[in-house]
Ligand binder design. Structure first.
Ligand code: AQP
Length: 329
């Protein structure tokens, strides 16, 4: 039997090349080696305020981008978190075994709560819901970008704590990070990770940005006061541009160095822009085709939910039994 993989993306804005290089690209690569469940985590998105009509639209757009990136719905499962109620059910049970101090230490909670006028409890509980997503399916492997490593560690801690309190119940999952592209930084601020919710039109390259917009954003990317690439003394902005090129091209470190060392920043940017435009073109074409077919996305999502439901129900029933909750005999 193939090991199970689970991963997800929030439909909280425009998916960007960080989401693609940190997550989607590896999802596509591994999909035939494992039993993969790829989820649009809409319950996570509402941990910060969302406009309902926009969220509804982004859920389908995110699903279409999964498929356009190369996820094969005949093989991998694509589903929406809120369409399987067991995610929320298991989350509550896990909340009751998670010390609040573990959650208050999470760096994403600290960063995201600073940006909110009122901090909802959901923002604190976010990593428990993420643990529930993964443990619900007894996933062995979770491919994510580097920013999710701390949450994954917490998932492992919650699984181990539950297993030691109630007996072996959950598979303790492993994190899989991409070797290149695990942390793509903002083009306008290479000290901050590229993020869907960051303000500023020059921050992120969206997967659906047209070629002229991609070129403009990359040509304006922050670099430093040097004129040309100097391997051995790379500033954060230049390093980020090289990282984007390498993650898309899959060139080796040696190839990168011999090609780019000494290149003027203007030429570097033109080449990075060309690479991104070329690599996103087939994805954008597939996206247009997928979204033209009425009802196709909803069909894929309904089938995905139906395929995971028995696994989710069986885990929740097991957890209820372990915890002594009511189950029909
Ligand atoms: N900058 C990034 N570089 C590499 N990987 C990234 N990921 C996100 N940003 C980068 C990876 O994409 C997957 C989905 O992320 P998410 O939507 O669940 O949440 P996030 O990590 O909080 O992403 P964003 O884009 O920053 O969203 P917002 O602004 O809505 O919070 C994850 O595997 C993540 O590691």
């Amino acid at each position: 039997m193939k090991a199970r993989v689970f991963s997800g993306v929030q439909p909280s804005g425009n998916l960007h090349i960080g989401n693609y290089l940190g997550a989607l690209k590896s999802w596509v690569k591994i999909q035939y080696d494992y039993e993969c469940i790829y989820c649009i985590v809409d319950l996570h998105a509402i941990t910060v305020p969302q406009e309902p009509a926009e969220l509804r639209k982004k859920i389908r757009e995110t699903a279409a981008l999964f498929l356009a990136s190369g996820i094969d719905p005949k093989h991998s499962i694509v589903m929406v978190q809120s369409s399987v109620p067991e995610h929320a059910e298991l989350s509550w049970m896990l909340t009751c075994v998670t010390p609040v101090g573990w959650l208050q230490r999470m760096t994403q909670f600290k960063a995201k709560s600073e940006a909110q006028e009122t901090v909802g409890d959901g923002l604190l509980q976010y990593p428990v819901l993420m643990a529930a997503d993964i443990l619900l399916y007894q996933a062995a492997i979770v491919p994510v970008g580097d920013d999710q490593s701390q949450h994954l560690e917490l998932t492992r801690d919650v699984a181990q704590r539950f297993n030691s309190l109630y007996g072996e119940t959950f598979v303790v999952p492993e994190t899989h990070l991409p070797t290149v592209g695990a942390r793509i930084m903002g083009l306008d601020d290479p000290e901050a990770k590229m993020s869907k919710s960051a303000p500023g039109s020059g921050h992120a390259i969206a997967l659906l940005d047209p070629p002229d917009v991609i070129r403009k954003k990359i040509m304006r990317a922050t670099t430093d006061s040097k004129p040309a690439v100097e391997f051995g003394a790379l500033g954060a902005g230049v390093q980020n541009l090289l990282g984007i090129f390498q993650a898309f091209s899959e060139w080796s470190d040696d190839q990168m160095q011999s090609h780019f060392d000494g290149m003027r920043y203007g030429d570097l940017k033109k080449q990075v822009a060309q690479m991104v435009v070329e690599k996103l073109a087939p994805l954008q074409q597939r996206y247009r085709e997928i979204t033209e077919e009425a009802g196709y996305i909803d069909g894929v999502l309904a089938e995905g939910a139906a395929r995971v439901e028995p696994i989710a129900r069986s885990t929740v029933n097991l957890v209820k039994q372990r915890m002594g909750l009511y189950t029909q005999s």
